[in-house]
Ligand binder design. Structure first.
Ligand code: MN
Length: 718
């Protein structure tokens, strides 16, 4: 079977001229047509007609939604880059930047393959969304292109028919729905069903045909009665019978409704001049025809999130037939059928359409928000998929604003959707006048009031598992990332300044530009703030940061090794002072970095050629290479004294030295050196002691800490 549906450009031109009055633009479209016709010359589609008829049909579909001249021009050119030898530059020279950009973007989108699984498909979703946010006209052309391809899908083999129909149902119909272009959406739905489930489709068509005559008579009669009734009440109106789409019947059957119930439903659409006429008409109809309870919906006061407005009601008509009635103004009808496409600004290029998209469509606002916030690719895609492609519920604010959320969303999602401040300060939620737990699953039509407390400290970490929208999830995560960052920053600042004192490095030398830039470079950080955060979160060791010698070498282990074997770092101990498990006759040294004393928990570190060095167990210098450690323990020696260093942090230095010296007299220890370290906000001293064992040292430290002017005392590990 071959059918050709050739289309005549002169007819197209006439139709465009009905709403585009600028002669130059019409001429441009004609020029574009001749160019494309030449480029596609000699090529036929599978349907048997010259190729140029496909782009002309696409243009024709766009004319029915009153597309602007640039969009129509781009539609006529939409396949020249992909299917002919035309280059983008050639388009630019002939037809300018705007049209070329549309064609180039569309060509990119056409190359995407959504049938791929997971990641590749995700990348493609992202591209189509980015395209949408750049210039929505590209997507509108894509929808028209797909519609014509679906109309001629019969020409392809069954496997391809099904693939294309599925992609249409999964991707393009949801987009058409979001954009409110019902006219295209509805036809795409019927065509998808026809190829995906031909048996269902044709059985519905057949049943519709069988009952058509009876229905037509009943509808015709009701139309006349209603129209006359309204006229009697001085309401100018037009009433049309409305065929229910095959797809919408299929959906109702799919939800378990009886065939008969659906066919009995007949549909009317009433057009009036003003919004108040809509409500008056409704009242008049309800006073004559009994409405079915709960079937009334006011989408005028509360428009759908894709801008759709109408009053819906279902009434018992004459002879007991049930009628679905929609009441709307002509302007509302335009928006209901064309959605975003009812907002072309014919002078402003795509910008008016784009700004309407941003102002009026909720899903689009979430996308913009996502684009500007810092989310990774996967989160971006899953969030957008949720916003565009998933099933949604519609809930209300107490003022009656409609908020669109994915199925399974909670009051927390709602709060974050309203405003991130509302989310962060939320303390409880009331749904339909009842307090609900925060993980309550919202249902269609719920009215939600969020209670906030300005003193709330912010969200709870558990919320991350309670929310459904990526938007709320990202905001909560960001909140905690920021809080952690502040904590880490403070922590890092403190750790660093302490370590500088411990290692006796002056602020001046550490914070010298040369040094800091070397440190940042080594840790691949960009500024001091990041350095503090890295230290504070223990991602990097503050000791290493301050001990700059470690930094230059990649061979860290070797450096550590060198340091430990350095003669300066160790002090020989007499035999038997320390017992090395399982080994005799080894040279044993005491590490200078941590200066263990009798009673400390210790560990031996096997050095190359220098025997064993004994470190305190908590000394990081011995932790670098576990394979080189060996168990050791103290062997009590009479009268043996050990050298160790303390750092004293004080808030005052008045007579402190005297106080400290006085304390030493009470304990069995000698002070060898007393150094006044660099002072900044507080007073820091280093004291070098000879002490016999740990208990004595601990007592001494405690007694120092009892001195009012002393904040704390630490043993040194370098
Ligand atoms: Mn095409």
């Amino acid at each position: 079977m071959k059918k050709t549906t050739e289309i005549d450009f002169s007819q197209l031109k006439k139709d465009i001229s009905k709403y585009i009055k600028n002669k130059k633009k019409i001429q441009l479209i004609e020029k574009v047509y001749l160019f494309a016709k030449e480029k596609h010359h000699g090529v036929q589609r599978l349907t048997g007609e010259d190729y140029i008829h496909h782009p002309l049909h696409v243009a024709n579909i766009l004319i029915t939604i009153n597309a602007d001249a640039e969009t129509i021009a781009a539609a006529i050119l939409h396949d020249v880059l992909e299917d002919t030898d035309t280059e983008a530059n050639e388009l630019k020279e002939n037809f300018g930047e705007e049209i070329t950009e549309l064609v180039v973007s569309l060509t990119k989108i056409n190359k995407l393959n959504f049938r791929l699984e997971s990641q590749a498909a995700n990348a493609n979703y992202r591209k189509i969304i980015v395209g949408l946010s750049k210039d929505v006209r590209v997507i509108i052309i894509k929808l028209a292109d797909r519609l014509h391809n679906m109309r001629t899908l019969w020409v392809l083999p069954e496997k391809q028919q099904k693939e294309t129909a599925k992609e249409t149902l999964d991707i393009l119909i949801p987009i058409a729905h979001r954009l409110g272009i019902n006219q295209i959406k509805s036809e795409l739905e019927d065509l998808s069903l026809r190829y995906l489930k031909p048996d269902v489709y044709f059985s519905i068509v057949e049943t519709l045909n069988k009952t058509k005559k009876d229905r037509d008579i009943a509808v015709e009669e009701m139309m006349l009665n209603v129209s006359e009734l309204l006229r009697k009440h001085q309401i100018k109106n037009k009433v049309k019978g409305r065929a229910k789409s095959i797809f919408s019947i299929y959906q109702k059957l799919d939800k378990g409704r009886e065939f008969r119930d659906i066919y009995d439903l007949m549909a009317l659409r009433i057009f009036v001049d003003t919004e108040s006429d809509c409500y008056q008409a409704l009242g008049i109809i309800h006073s004559k025809y009994r409405p079915i309870p709960k079937r009334f919906k006011d989408f005028i006061a509360m428009p759908k999130t894709n801008m759709y407005q109408s009053l819906h009601t279902t009434v018992f008509g004459d002879k007991g037939n049930v009628f679905e009635i929609q009441i709307r103004t002509y302007k509302m009808d335009e928006v209901a059928e064309k959605g975003i496409a009812s907002h072309w600004g014919y002078k402003e290029g795509g910008s008016k359409l784009q700004s309407t998209l941003e102002e009026k469509l909720q899903f689009y606002r979430s996308i913009i928000e996502l684009k500007t916030s810092n989310v990774d690719d996967d989160d971006f895609v899953s969030s957008v998929k949720q916003d565009v492609f998933d099933e949604t519920i519609y809930v209300f604010t107490p003022k009656g604003d409609v908020i669109e959320l994915p199925n399974g969303a909670t009051p927390i999602d709602f709060a974050y959707k309203v405003h991130s401040q509302v989310g962060e300060k939320m303390v409880s939620a009331i749904v339909n006048n009842n307090i609900v737990p925060l993980d309550y699953q919202l249902k269609n039509q719920d009215i939600i009031k969020v209670n906030t407390n300005p003193n709330s400290l912010g969200p709870s970490r558990e919320w991350i598992n309670m929310v459904k929208t990526a938007q709320a999830k990202n905001k909560i995560k960001a909140f905690f990332a920021k809080a952690d960052k502040e904590k880490y920053y403070e922590n890092g600042e403190e750790l660093l300044s302490k370590e500088l004192r411990t290692q006796k490095v002056t602020n001046q030398s550490f914070f010298a530009d040369e040094n800091i830039s070397q440190v940042l470079k080594h840790y691949k950080l960009t500024n001091l703030e990041e350095l503090y955060i890295a230290i504070g979160s223990k991602k990097i060791s503050v000791k290493e940061v301050v001990a700059r010698d470690y930094l230059d070498s990649n061979k860290k282990e070797e450096v550590v090794f060198k340091k430990i074997t350095n003669e300066d770092q160790v002090k020989n101990v007499s035999r038997n002072e320390i017992i090395v498990e399982g080994m005799d006759d080894l040279k044993v040294n005491i590490a200078k970095c941590c200066q263990p004393i009798f009673g400390d928990e210790i560990i031996g570190y096997i050095t190359k050629g220098h025997g064993i060095t004994v470190h305190r167990l908590n000394c990081p210098n011995s932790n670098n290479c576990k394979e080189r450690t060996v168990d050791v323990r103290w062997n009590k020696q009479e009268d043996k004294k050990y050298l160790t260093n303390l750092i004293i942090y004080a808030n005052h230095d008045q007579n402190l030295l005297l106080d400290i010296m006085a304390k030493t007299a009470n304990f069995d220890l000698h002070v060898k050196h007393f150094n006044d370290l660099e002072k900044k906000d507080d007073y820091v001293f280093e004291i070098v002691l000879l002490v016999s064992e740990k208990t004595a040292l601990d007592k001494f430290i405690q007694s120092l800490e009892n001195i009012k002017e002393i904040d704390r005392v630490e043993r040194v590990i370098r």
